[in-house]
Design a protein. Structure first.
Ligand code: XMP
Length: 333
């Protein structure tokens, strides 16, 4: 008889047992429900020996990193270390248009930065009561990712992992071999949400739509430049704010505004402009393996389109993606 309350207690005990009383654990905290619930369990289990890191890859949503930092501090007492690496990511992404190349570059840059953080954290912990080696890396892997055994494309994961049959998975941060700790590996998303609620995590974190590790980079077709990220980010913020205002957020599984490679002609006042094209996408899904398009009222979409064209400079056209999955993926790339 499966009891969520038992899960939390058993998992905390398992984490303590695995990690012991010296080792440090590094964890990527994105603000998503999986990493937040994982972080809450770690914090409960080993306190300050859990080190939460947020890497800003320059492709996050508007105000995301400040909001995540604030919420984790406020609701979980977690002191999130923010690594501001936007310039580095964008410089490595310059001229890269191939979707899988984008993912590889972003993934390996995350790894480089986590390794740097691990070294910094060990140094910082020296000569304190919490001195120890970083031996573990928290991963918000869910059961569906475990089945696929390839969590790189799972909703929560940023780093490719390999699940050895019978053994604990490991991850190599360039020169550093860390063991993976995966407290959610037996759970489905709705169970993670239930546990999040049980742990007292705020509804705004528990109910968040998933956001991919590479962020806006895989919602921008073609070049990822600072200017193009800015445009997609502003449009996305308008779309999501309107969705929330209309009370539709919880009926939608995932929604965003992306950017097309092409431009199109528009008229502003008496001028013809060569403007950007925003692609809106909103889907409903249970498992993210297949998805259906969300049915908005036309008037809602028309209002979003008008607001984006008025408020986001350079945008001349807004389209709504009507493709279900399959054949379309949820992300644009
Ligand atoms: P697709 O686009 O494949 O997305 O239909 C299914 C789910 O996976 C997420 N996704 C990713 N998450 N890194 C991630 O962390 C990725 O590279 C990635 N690609 C897709 C997507 O947001 C959706 O929830």
């Amino acid at each position: 008889n499966w009891q969520m309350g038992d899960f939390v207690q058993l998992e905390i005990a398992r984490i303590r047992d695995l990690v012991g009383d010296r080792a440090l654990v590094l964890g990527a905290c994105s603000g998503g429900v999986d990493s937040t619930v994982g972080a809450a369990l770690m914090r409960e289990a080993i306190g300050d020996r859990f080190k939460a890191i947020f890497i800003d890859n320059g492709c996050m949503r508007l105000n995301e990193r400040d909001e995540v930092k604030e919420k984790l501090a406020q609701h979980l007492g977690i002191n999130l270390t923010v690594v501001d690496a936007g310039e580095l990511f964008l410089s490595r992404l310059e001229g890269v248009t191939d979707p899988e190349k984008k993912r590889k570059i972003i993934g390996s840059t995350f790894i480089d930065l986590f390794e740097k953080e691990a070294i910094r954290i060990e140094k910082e912990a020296e000569n304190t009561p919490n001195s120890g080696k970083v031996e573990w890396f928290l991963q918000g892997t869910l059961y569906p990712d475990v089945i696929e055994s390839l969590s790189f494309r799972g909703p929560s994961a940023t780093i490719k992992t390999h699940h050895n049959v019978g053994g604990l998975p490991e991850t190599r941060l360039t020169g550093l071999l860390l063991q993976l700790i995966e407290p959610l590996r037996l759970l489905f998303k709705d169970e993670v949400r239930a546990i999040g609620r049980q742990l007292g995590i705020h509804e705004s974190l528990v109910n968040r739509h998933p956001f991919p590790g590479p962020g806006i980079a895989i919602r921008i077709l073609g070049d990822v430049t600072k200017e193009r990220v800015e445009i997609a980010r502003k449009a996305d913020h308008i779309f999501i704010s309107k969705i929330k205002e209309a009370g539709l957020y919880d009926q939608i599984s995932q929604a965003y505004a992306g950017l097309d490679t092409n431009r199109s002609v528009g008229v502003f006042g008496d001028q013809r402009v060569w403007g950007y094209i925003i692609i809106l996408r909103a889907v409903r899904t249970k498992d993210f393996m297949s998805a259906e398009v969300f049915n908005f009222d036309h008037s809602f979409l028309a209002d979003v389109s008008r607001t984006i064209c008025n408020q986001v400079e350079g945008v001349a056209r807004v389209v709504y993606d009507l493709t279900s999955k399959p054949p379309g993926t949820i992300e644009l790339e």
